[in-house]
Design a protein around this ligand. Structure first.
Ligand code: SF4
Length: 466
């Protein structure tokens, strides 16, 4: 019987191995039965024992000298909390010039009135943004189609830059646009203020046009991407895809489209149950098909990398960064405490502040559960008000039933808004939670790739997280 103490860790059985995972996200691949031996204090001397001590799974001292290092590494992993809210989303309008079949934002006709932010609310929103203590502030312009509101974008940026003469924060601007109508005036504004462009490309024309509800959508998006690259440079534009029902049948074709268009990565993004997308009547089936789609596409991407191409899958890269590096990620959907309010906030066209992008989408179906207050309210009343405090009780998976004992929780995150919208309860019930099912399947698939094909995939994965 060996004399040592156990430090917090859990384990999961994958591909006939036990993967031991500690609270820092470090993992060790061991033979079946290792967890039992550790608990029974029958683990034998050798490399595994030394590795367990060195990686803080067990300790030979009651108060290990490495405890301060453990604490410091845990602090680094939760580093996204130090800065407080850094991503500030400005929903300028619901007006749009496309008819996406799965629109999650409840967009309105291009000529609609009364669904754009007022200049006064934009000013108040920017002022509120600067009350966040974060040294880095990202202003992300969303819609509808925000490029239809160029005057609001200009006013928002000019107001921010004026205030920043005193505040001296690091400002980043992102414009989420479908690239349909990137005017010279807009691109000039982007150039002047180094605005990054995030666009949507769902795959080849037969998928993109069908999803986007216009026959010329693909052609216009590709032309817009090329025009933006020409004016702003290749690195200033990135693209996101949304996996519609149609897209589920074309994983390789979608990856090939991104490679052909000169992108060095793709974010394989599932549909979320908001707006028109919520009308899908079989989410369980969609979720399962999405996981299969994801695995096929990921395997194909790995194959392309093995042939010498550098091309990464962004969702996997975020999870792998948690597995393979000591660092935190800024991705709000996989955080605990949740990214809502802690990392992201939304100033909506209606003059109200919402806890997240999904929260404002719920408001369009008259569910105001995550409305935090008005842009003219006091910062403390909005960011620390009754809604924020209610959410604070259920936004850490370390304390949620199901998650707290989950071996892969350090790679996952809490999502009270999604659980509210799909299960009618912010706390959520993990055995029937679709977000849990999807995250679990993807995280376990990544671990199984590492266990079964580590020599092949780890060099690729390490390049993705650099
Ligand atoms: S949501 Fe599911 S996969 Fe994620 S930590 Fe909770 S139980 Fe684990």
């Amino acid at each position: 019987m060996r004399n040592y103490e156990l430090l917090p860790f859990n384990f999961i059985t994958i591909s006939n191995h036990e993967v031991l995972i500690n609270e820092l996200g470090d993992f060790i691949i061991t033979p079946i039965g290792t967890a039992r031996s550790i608990v029974d204090h029958t683990i034998s001397d050798g490399d595994l024992y030394k590795s367990l001590v060195a990686n803080l799974f067990i300790t030979e001292e009651v108060l290990p000298s490495l405890l301060d290092i453990y604490a410091s590494r845990l602090r680094t992993k939760k580093g996204f909390l130090d800065d407080k809210t850094s991503l500030h989303i400005f929903v300028l309008t619901l007006r749009c010039n496309q008819n996406c079949t799965y629109c999650q934002a409840t967009s309105q006709e291009e000529l609609s009135k009364h669904c754009s932010m007022s200049i006064e609310d934009m000013t108040a929103s920017v002022q509120m943004m600067f009350q966040s203590p974060s040294p880095h502030l990202t202003m992300e312009f969303q819609g509808g189609e925000p490029s239809l509101e160029i005057d609001l974008i200009r006013h928002g940026i000019e107001t921010a830059e004026e205030i920043n003469k005193v505040e001296n924060r690091k400002l980043t601007y992102v414009l989420c646009t479908n690239c349909r109508t990137l005017s010279d005036e807009l691109l000039e504004l982007c150039k002047q203020h180094s605005i990054l462009i995030s666009t949507s490309l769902d795959g080849p024309s037969y998928i993109h046009n069908k999803n986007r509800g216009r026959e010329d959508s693909y052609e216009k998006t590709i032309a817009g991407i090329n025009k933006a690259r020409h004016v702003l440079g290749n690195d200033a534009i990135s693209a996101l895809m949304t996996t519609s029902e149609l897209a589920l049948d074309y994983p390789k074709e979608i990856v090939d489209e991104y490679v052909k268009d000169g992108f060095n990565g793709i974010f394989l993004r599932a549909l979320n149950p908001y707006g028109l997308a919520a009308q899908n009547d079989d989410w369980k089936n969609y979720n399962q098909r999405f996981v299969e789609f994801y695995k096929t596409a990921l395997d194909y991407i790995i194959e392309l990398n093995m042939q010498g191409l550098f091309f990464r899958e962004e969702y996997a890269s975020i999870i792998l960064r948690k597995m393979l590096t000591p660092y935190t990620t800024g991705f709000v959907d996989l955080q605990s405490p949740a990214g809502t309010i802690n990392s992201v906030i939304v100033y909506n066209y209606d003059g109200y502040v919402y806890a997240s992008d999904e929260s404002r989408m719920l408001a369009e179906i008259r569910d105001f559960s995550f409305r935090l207050g008005k842009v003219t309210d006091r910062y403390g009343d909005v960011f620390c008000g009754s809604v924020a405090r209610k959410m604070g009780k259920v936004w850490a998976n370390e304390v949620l039933a199901g998650c707290s004992s989950c071996p892969i929780k350090t790679y996952c995150g809490a999502d009270p808004v999604r659980h509210h919208s799909t299960q009618g309860d912010m706390y959520g019930f993990r055995p029937t939670s679709m977000v849990c099912e999807k995250n679990k399947a993807i995280i376990e698939h990544l671990l199984s790739l590492i266990v079964e094909r580590g020599c092949e995939v780890l060099p690729i994965f390490r390049r993705w997280v650099k």
